[in-house]
Design a protein around this ligand. Structure first.
Ligand SMILES: O=C(O)C(=O)CO
Length: 328
């Protein structure tokens, strides 16, 4: 089929020239006529009617009313990634447009990232690397001892599919696993990973050596971890965040890390992203920050594109949609 006859997909944020993005474009071109944001802006009049789907490639708040008003035939916005807090679902739905996400592709790489951050913080990997490459060779490990993950207690806040995959990995480290979630998991699922349910988040915070945040960002989870919650954690505990930055009250975290209320933090997400260069979190030495790379693997990029393509085709062909997200 000629590319013009295929349904048009507007690509947000795929404009790079990196090999991995070109590979995604190859996958998408099998089913769609690809339209970049640049092409769209240069030739809005002619192109806008052709666009039936939008592929959101990065976690950015890019879909506004003005864009939706300019796309009369839009049927679906396919988000890469599971979190859709950057999309105004109610507003999008008022245009009769569906939103989909990619929960399957993200679960393993994001859980891996949680483990990577926990291990890196526990064993002070970033400092170790800096010491190894520094010109001063007179460093003694005894001056910067880490802590062990093996047999420690891990508290997982948010036991959806990513949280559960973290628990599966933590079991291999003989960790004691606690979790807090809106809904308790089935008994068989708890037993399979040896996880204990804490109805009260406070109990989990008080007992855990590592607390990992894996919740969606919603009005209920906004600043879920603040001064009070940090104060409940052990002074030897580490806070890991692989969900969304705004789940933590960052001012309270700065204070807690400065005053050694907790041992350390390891964050893949912050607000805003990236943090301003003079942000106090960047001045601390008991923190590791990565730039929201939970799904930044070659494999995840491909799986997310495949999952998004399946979602878009289902909407356009009127089939059951594998992963639709509904406004609350
Ligand atoms: O899937 C998502 O929404 C992520 O942010 C993964 O890190």
């Amino acid at each position: 089929m000629a590319k013009e006859e295929l349904p048009g997909v507007l690509i947000l944020d795929i404009g790079g020239t990196h090999g991995v993005l070109e590979n995604l474009a190859v996958l998408l071109r099998k089913h769609f006529h690809l339209i970049t944001m640049k092409e769209f802006l240069e030739n809005k009049e002619e192109i806008s009617k052709k666009i039936q789907s939008v592929f959101v490639f990065e976690y950015r708040p890019t879909i506004d009313r003005e864009l939706l008003e300019s796309l009369p035939n839009l049927k679906v916005i396919a988000n890469s990634g599971v979190g859709v807090d950057h999309l105004d679902l109610k507003m999008i739905s008022s245009f009769g447009v569906k939103v989909t996400n990619t929960p399957h592709a993200v679960a393993d790489p994001t859980a891996d990232m949680g483990m990577a951050l926990m291990l890196a913080s526990a064993r002070r990997l970033v400092e170790g690397c800096q010491i190894a490459i520094s010109p001063d060779t007179k460093h003694f490990a005894v001056d910067w001892l880490g802590v062990e993950v093996t047999r420690a207690t891990l508290g997982i806040i948010g036991m959806g599919s990513i949280g559960y995959k973290v628990a599966q990995r933590a079991r291999a480290f003989n960790m004691r696993i606690l979790y807090h979630n809106r809904n308790r998991r089935r008994k068989e699922e708890e037993e399979a990973v040896g996880a204990h349910y804490c109805e009260k988040m406070e109990d989990l915070l008080q007992q855990s050596d590592f607390v990992m945040l894996v919740v969606n960002l919603t009005p209920e989870t906004h600043k879920l971890i603040g001064k009070k919650e940090l104060g409940l954690m052990k002074p030897t505990a580490t806070l890991i965040n692989i969900s969304r930055g705004a789940v933590i009250d960052q001012d309270a975290l700065v204070e807690a890390l400065q005053n050694k209320v907790i041992r350390a933090a390891a964050l893949d997400v912050t607000y805003p992203e990236p943090l301003p260069r003079d942000h106090p979190l960047l001045k601390l030495n008991n923190i590791i920050i990565t730039p929201h790379i939970g799904t930044a693997t070659i494999q995840a990029m491909h799986m997310m594109a495949e999952e998004a393509i399946a979602n878009m085709l289902a909407v356009l062909n009127g089939h059951p949609i594998p992963s639709e997200v509904f406004p609350k």
